[in-house]
Design a protein. Structure first.
Length: 338
């Protein structure tokens, strides 16, 4: 039997990798939505592509009427840096967009008489460390620790995690009759993601991939954080595999709805040294933007991924060394034809 997945924000960094993996499998139909026209290489892998807005309820209703979705990957979002510049827009896109998807999934669940999975990419932005000393002492932060975000993006992500729990476990709990089949929302708190295939798109964690792509193009890069700034990262292929692995996990094995994942956590200075080793002519300087630096300082230096390992056997394939040697450097060099 064929299955149908719906991917919002499909033109983004995660969407590219997710569509590539899913389209390589038999009997999977991909319906993709994005605000911008699709890259031809992405479009040809999809059953249907739709250029439209996640806030367009009429569009989503028409898609729901035309398809039976087995799973929804809700990737559409306004990222952290732009969210700080336009907080009202961020709330509309990130929160109202999630509500629209949860309502769509609820309708689909009722129509099909079974749960519909919603895979939601959350973020380490949900955390808010009060000081550098607290960050240093915290070591690997668990999902229940330090959830006091200081950015609109982080607030949106944490709230949407709670919305997912509500729609999955408590939806319309005062109704006279049980709600029937519910949605099954599963969230991953992603660290900074590093892709060789797509350009960084304005996230506050993008200082790592930005310096890599700029070096490959022989362009100088002024890093906006200090050399000692440290947060967890992950190679994009591992991020995509994590989404797919969480989606495939039996519901009875999952003990929570939001999970940390991560792979490595170099400082910005350590990342720069690896970039310079791969690109000896790289011109990387450090010119911290104190406001963006303060946001990065509020995110943990590392996260505890034991729950994901326990419940759905998460394990990253790429260490920092392997990511550079086997994925990032070869692919970035090929991209810019060095």
């Amino acid at each position: 039997m064929s299955t149908t997945v719906f991917i919002t924000g499909a033109n983004g960094e995660i969407g590219h990798g997710l569509i590539q993996h899913l389209s390589d499998q038999d009997n999977i139909n991909i319906v993709a939505l994005d605000l911008h026209p699709f890259d031809p290489e992405v479009a040809k892998r999809c059953t249907r592509t739709v250029v439209g807005d996640i806030l367009d309820s009429s569009l989503l209703q028409s898609l729901s009427a035309a398809h039976e979705f087995d799973a929804i990957y809700h990737l559409a979002a306004l990222l952290s840096t732009r969210s700080e510049k336009e907080p009202l827009l961020a709330h509309r896109v990130n929160v109202d967009g999630m509500l629209n998807i949860l309502e769509l999934a609820t309708t689909q669940s009722r129509m099909q008489g079974r749960p519909v999975k919603v895979l939601y990419p959350s973020s380490i932005a949900v955390y808010g460390m009060p000081s550098l000393e607290a960050k240093r002492l915290a070591t690997a932060v668990r999902e229940t620790d330090w959830c006091q975000p200081r950015t609109m993006y982080g607030v949106n992500k944490l709230y949407c995690e709670h919305l997912g729990t509500y729609y999955s476990d408590h939806y319309r709990q005062l109704d006279a009759s049980p709600a029937g089949a519910r949605v099954d929302v599963r969230s991953i708190r992603f660290p900074g993601l590093i892709s060789a295939a797509t350009l960084p798109t304005g996230g506050t964690s993008d200082f790592g991939p930005e310096m890599l792509h700029q070096a490959a193009q022989k362009k100088p890069y002024a890093c906006f954080v200090r050399e000692d700034a440290r947060i967890p990262f992950m190679a994009m292929p591992d991020a995509v595999r994590a989404l797919l692995k969480l989606a495939a996990a039996p519901a009875e094995r999952l003990k929570q709805r939001s999970y940390n994942i991560g792979a490595f956590n170099p400082s910005a200075g350590e990342f720069a040294e690896l970039v310079r080793a791969a690109f000896p002519d790289a011109q990387i300087t450090f010119e911290p933007d104190l406001r963006r630096q303060a946001i990065v300082d509020s995110w943990p230096a590392d996260v505890d991924t034991s729950a994901a390992t326990r419940d759905w056997e998460f394990k990253p394939a790429y260490s920092l060394k392997r990511a550079f040697e086997e994925y990032l450097v070869p692919a970035v060099k090929a991209r810019y034809r060095e």
